[in-house]
Design a protein around this ligand. Structure first.
Ligand SMILES: [Zn+2]
Length: 311
């Protein structure tokens, strides 16, 4: 006769209670834990290649009373040019994000956390609010919750273990390719950068800016202490930077200040984890290019963090 021992039940109960709250997990999101003392989270929302056969393809939203509603169950008016969804992926950016992560690990000895969506952007866009991102496709909804839940959990760990840190949200653009520069998104509006008059009140690096002894202008534009300045020092054309402080210095004047992830997971609304969106130019994203380029970007990040985070 087998004697039931109470310990295994008790043991399981403890594990359940101790586990972080995670309502869903998706096989279409890579969640890779870094070292306990890391203060860096690398995210890759748009580099996924998996298309679920028969799954929902994201569609244009309805324009209702001047606002876009992306719920596919709402049969509202579709207006040309309005409420569009972007379904092209950021080519090779998951691979690039991994090289940047590996470089930070190699230089510092500390492995950053890593979160990447494997679903193609036509089925999930983690850089949008949940309905626009997933449009009630349950596979995409689970991936969305897993992606954002993982960044949240890692951010709380960084705050608990290190105190402060940062998310680097890795993207690649095509539309303004003529300028061929890296766009650094601190959630500062393009018009404000163009005017030369801006401050940190809407910024996704507000926490770092407010504890820094440097001015916000220097944090964004100084040759020695800004991420753009350090990248320029490595020969990487970057905006904003000392040479290109204003997006309107570009051929087309295009610029992405950061998206949903930058606002949601940076320090705009509080906390001590910042976020910078890094938009990489198409010429640097061939598989032959990202090896050298990704190491240069990773090196710049390490140098910038030594000034602003690791002291
Ligand atoms: Zn993107």
């Amino acid at each position: 006769m087998t004697q039931l021992h109470p310990f295994p039940v008790f043991h399981c109960l403890i594990l359940v209670l101790a586990a972080p709250v995670s309502p869903t997990t998706s096989p279409y999101v890579k969640v890779e834990r870094g070292d306990p003392d890391t203060n860096v989270i690398i995210s890759s929302p748009h580099g996924g290649r998996v298309k679920i056969e028969g799954g929902w393809i994201r569609q244009q939203g309805s324009l209702i009373e001047g606002k876009c509603d992306y719920d596919p169950q709402i049969d509202g008016p579709k207006v040309p040019g309005k409420c569009k969804v972007i379904t092209v992926s950021d080519h090779n950016t998951q691979e690039l994000a991994r090289i940047i992560r590996d470089t930070i690990h190699n230089r510092t000895g500390i492995q950053p956390h890593f979160v990447a969506s494997d679903l193609h952007r036509s089925q999930l866009d983690p850089n949008r609010k949940r309905m626009e991102a997933s449009q009630r496709f349950s596979v995409a909804e689970a991936a969305y919750d897993t992606f954002h839940g993982a960044i949240d959990n890692f951010s709380r760990e960084v705050e608990a273990n290190v105190g402060s840190g940062i998310v680097y949200d890795i993207h690649g653009y095509v539309k303004y390719a003529a300028d061929d520069w890296i766009m650094l998104g601190y959630n500062v509006r393009k018009g404000d950068l163009n005017s030369g008059v801006f401050d940190d009140h809407e910024s996704s690096i507000k926490a770092m800016a407010r504890r820094s002894n440097y001015t916000f202008t220097d944090i964004l534009l100084d040759a020695e202490i800004s991420l753009g300045g350090i990248m320029e020092g490595k020969g990487l054309k970057t905006c904003p930077s000392p040479s290109y402080p204003k997006p309107n210095m570009g051929i087309l004047g295009g610029y992405y200040r950061g998206g949903h992830i930058t606002r949601e997971h940076g320090s705009l609304y509080g906390g001590n984890v910042d976020c910078v969106q890094i938009e990489h130019p198409p010429t640097m994203r061939g598989l032959d290019d990202i090896g050298v380029y990704g190491v240069e970007v990773g090196d710049a990040i390490v140098e910038w963090m030594d000034i602003h985070y690791n002291n």
